[in-house]
Design a protein around this ligand. Structure first.
Ligand SMILES: Nc1ncnc2c1ncn2[C@@H]1O[C@H](COP(=O)(O)OP(=O)(O)OP(=O)(O)O)[C@@H](O)[C@H]1O
Ligand SMILES: [Mg+2]
Length: 262
C-alpha cells in the first residue's frame, strides 16, 4: 500500500502521524518506507537522521527529479523502518520535475523500485506543489490528518478540492481512484469543549458530506512533541503515552480495512 499523508494545512500533525504510524506498522512486521516530501526535512530529523546537512545526492528525490534509472536513495533508521529523505534542495528538484514531461514520474519510480515494501508512507508538505500532485498520483490511498480546531476543520474543504482535482487527473490517466482511507482528527484534547465540538463537526457533518470515514482521534500530549525533539517515534520515547495507544488503534483499523479490501 502506498499511502499519502495529506493535508495542505500546516502544523496539523502530518509528520508526527507518518512517523508513529510507520513505526507501528514496522513493529507489526510490515516492511515500511517513510518518504519525506518537505524541504524542511522534518520527518528525517524525527527519525534521527540529519536531512538538512546531507548533500542532494543523498536524498530520495534527487533520482526521482532527475529522471534517472537508478533506484531512489533510502536510509535505514534505528527503528526497523527505512526512510527516504528530503532537504532544502527539494525546492530546486521540484523545478526539474516540472520540466519533465511525465506527470507520473514518481509513480513510475515507485512501481519500478519500491515494490519490496508493504507500506510506503509519503509525508506531504503543507502546500500544493508538483511534488504533492505527483504523490497523489503515485499513492493508492490517502489519510488526512485534521486538527480539531476551527481553522483546520474549515480549511479541510480546500484539501477536499485538491483531492477532487487529483481524482480527475487520475481518471484522465486511467489510474484507479485514490482510496481515501479517512480523516484522522489530531491534537485532540477531549477535556476542551471546543475540541469536542470540532471533532463532532468533522465526524457528523464535514466528512459525511464528502463520504470520508473518520477514525478515532489522536490525542494531544506533549510527549508527541518531545519525541520529535528526542528524534524517535512516540512509542519508543513514551510507550505509555495515551497518544501511542491512539496510533496503535489507528494502525489496527487501517490494517483491518486493508485486509478486508475495503
Ligand atoms: N498528538 C499530538 N500531541 C501534541 N503535539 C503534537 C501532536 N501531533 C503533533 N504535535 C506537534 O504539533 C506540531 C506540528 O506537528 P507536525 O510537524 O507533525 O505537523 P505537520 O502537519 O507535519 O506540520 P507541517 O505542515 O509544518 O509539515 C509539532 O510541534 C508536533 O510535535
Ligand atoms: Mg510536516
Amino acid at each position: 500500500m502506498r499511502l499519502a499523508v495529506f493535508n495542505q494545512s500546516g502544523g496539523v500533525g502530518k509528520t508526527s502521524l507518518t512517523r508513529d504510524l510507520g513505526y507501528e506498522l514496522a513493529t507489526r512486521g510490515r516492511r515500511v518506507l517513510l518518504v519525506d516530501a518537505d524541504p524542511q526535512g522534518t520527518l528525517g530529523s524525527f527519525l534521527g537522521l540529519e536531512p538538512p546537512a546531507r548533500p542532494r545526492a543523498d536524498t530520495f528525490w534527487a533520482t526521482v527529479c532527475d529522471g534517472g534509472d537508478a533506484p531512489p536513495v533510502t536510509h535505514p533508521t534505528a527503528f526497523g523502518l527505512t526512510a527516504g529523505l528530503a532537504n532544502r534542495f527539494l525546492i530546486g528538484d521540484e523545478l526539474a520535475l516540472m520540466q519533465q514531461s511525465d506527470p507520473a514520474r514518481l509513480l513510475a519510480v515507485v512501481e519500478t523500485h519500491l515494490t519490496d515494501y508493504d507500506w510506503v508512507l509519503f509525508d506531504c508538505p503543507p502546500k500544493i506543489s508538483e511534488i504533492t500532485l505527483q504523490i497523489l498520483l503515485a499513492a493508492d490511498a490517502l489519510l488526512a490528518p485534521v486538527q480539531t480546531e476551527a481553522k483546520s476543520v474549515e480549511s479541510f474543504a480546500e484539501a477536499q478540492l485538491e483531492i477532487g482535482k487529483a481524482q480527475r487527473r487520475r481518471k484522465n490517466m486511467r489510474l484507479a481512484p485514490l482510496r481515501v482511507l479517512g480523516v484522522v482528527p489530531t491534537l485532540y484534547n477531549p477535556r476542551l469543549v471546543l475540541h469536542r465540538h470540532h471533532y463532532e463537526e468533522l465526524a457528523r457533518r464535514v466528512c459525511p458530506s464528502f463520504g470520508y470515514p473518520v477514525f478515532a482521534p489522536i490525542r494531544d500530549y506533549v510527549a508527541v512533541s518531545e519525541a520529535g525533539t528526542r528524534r524517535q517515534p512516540l512509542q519508543r520515547y513514551a510507550p505509555k503515552c495515551p497518544a501511542a495507544a491512539d496510533v496503535a488503534a489507528l494502525a489496527t483499523a487501517i490494517l483491518d480495512g486493508a485486509s478486508a479490501g475495503q
